[in-house]
Design a protein around this ligand. Structure first.
Ligand code: AMP
Ligand code: GLY
Length: 426
């Protein structure tokens, strides 16, 4: 099969690395890709939201399967674009329809969905300009802290946790009246704050059956000990020690099974990944959010641990037969540590030369995934905030993290920073 991956991050390099190992893959393309995906196949410089250009690639390269990395094209309807086009409709597209992608694209939609299907989540209310004053009053009665969420996609920045009513009213006003997150904050969801530890669980579904393919804990804050600004993710560990059989059974019974059943009952077309962002509150799992894609950098630990032929699983998602697949995972711990540009998640420079990659000894239990990188005349340059994810296996989390740290000590670029304490609490 000729396969096209859409995206340009560490997640997509990991997809490319894994797909390349499949006996089903003949030619592999990534659009737009990065310097890492270029090692696995051919990069094509096309934006993931330019559907007409993606169509052109599919026809000219005789693509059989498209694997969509980020949420934007999914929420914008790339699945529907393919299904409605005579020349594209037989291409396998891994991802949900626009209607189903609302599980990520609209916080209000996902909260209604969870309510309809009795799925444990924080209690909430939603407000727009039309009931703005009511919202201010609602905040006055609310327990603290208060969680405010822009309804739509806001590049991972649309959630604000406020310690006081006054602060919450200010943020609420700026979201609705000043459109702090553009049209994404025309509607705001106000939520109860849940206290617990977060974990992400990943599922592949054909819209009826599902398979759990892994789980991971993401370290989102920039600073040591989970301090400072939120980022896209500074590192991940898997497995997470508290995710034992008892906890996972609860997750499956109270969250995953009812979600997939809900998707099926509501006739939502969904052939792809479901990312369950969960929180463990006194050993009871609650949904913080759904995403309609894989996580980044969670993918960098989930896929290395997955032993199955990935393309075979993706084919089963399309053609049926997912229920007969057996998921096999590497029992070892896998961790990833992300090297980021100086200044990230604020402003940072790009186009800085990365050195030392060639010195890293090739070992089976260490994988270097590129995130924001690009090739330039034989050099590899930085091209984003998150630059490289180094994933390692170990007999425990500490050993795996130490290996990734050692590798990152060999690599350098001006301003490079990474957390040395990923997995610190385990
Ligand atoms: P998101 O951008 O949707 O991933 O949310 C960002 C972060 O906000 C989550 O990873 C949680 O740490 C936090 N968060 C969101 N909703 C809640 C909630 N109801 N209670 C506590 N923390 C939350
Ligand atoms: N690492 C969090 C995400 O992919 O949304």
């Amino acid at each position: 099969m000729n396969i096209l991956i859409l995206g340009a991050g560490g997640r997509e390099h990991t997809f490319a690395w894994k797909i390349k190992q499949s006996s089903h893959c003949s030619q592999l393309f990534t659009a737009p890709g990065n310097a890492g995906t270029a090692l696995c196949g051919e990069n094509i410089n096309v934006s993931v939201t330019d559907f007409d250009a993606v169509k052109e690639i599919c026809l000219s390269r005789k693509i059989d399967m498209v694997v969509v990395g980020p949420e934007d094209p999914l929420v914008m309807g790339i699945y529907d674009y393919f299904k409605e086009d005579e020349s594209l409709k037989n291409i396998i597209l891994i991802g949900p329809s626009a209607a189903a992608a609302q599980l990520e694209g609209s916080k209000a939609f996902s909260k209604h969905f969870m309510q309809r299907h009795n799925i444990p989540t924080a209690s909430y209310a939603e407000f727009t300009d039309a009931n703005f004053e009511e919202g201010l009053q609602y905040l006055q009665q609310h327990s603290q802290p208060i969680v405010l969420k822009a309804d739509g996609l806001a590049a991972g920045k649309g959630v604000v946790i406020c310690e006081t009513v006054a602060e919450a009213q200010k943020v609420f006003t700026s979201m609705i009246k000043e459109r702090q997150f553009g049209e994404a904050s025309a509607k705001v969801v106000i939520e109860e704050f849940l206290q617990g530890i977060e974990v992400s669980v990943f599922v592949l579904t054909d819209g009826k059956d599902y398979k759990i393919i892994g789980h991971a804990k993401d370290y989102k804050r920039i600073g040591v000990g989970d301090t400072g600004l939120n980022t896209g993710g500074m590192g991940c560990v898997s497995p997470v020690p508290f995710v034992n059989d008892v906890f996972m059974n609860k997750v499956e019974k109270t969250i995953i099974a009812p979600t997939i059943k809900g998707i099926h009952e509501e006739k939502l077309d969904y052939k792809g990944f479901v990312f369950f962002g969960l929180i463990n509150v006194n050993n009871e799992p609650f949904v913080i959010e759904y995403n309609c894609r894989m996580g980044d950098p969670e993918t960098e630990v989930v896929l290395p641990k997955l032993k199955n032929d990935f393309v075979e699983l993706l084919k089963a998602v399309d053609k049926g037969g997912l229920q007969t697949c057996t998921i096999e995972t590497d029992e070892r711990a896998c961790c990833t540590v992300m090297a980021v540009s100086g200044g990230y998640p604020g402003n940072y420079k790009k186009d800085i030369k990365i050195t030392g990659l060639e010195n890293v000894k090739k070992e089976n239990d260490i994988l270097i995934f590129h995130a924001g990188t690009k090739q330039n005349n034989g050099d590899i340059l930085t091209n984003g905030g998150r630059v490289l994810a180094v994933s390692s296996f170990g007999k425990n989390i500490k050993e795996a993290v130490d290996k990734s740290t050692e590798v990152l000590n060999e690599i350098s670029f001006e301003g490079m920073y990474f957390r040395k304490d990923i997995g610190y609490e385990f």
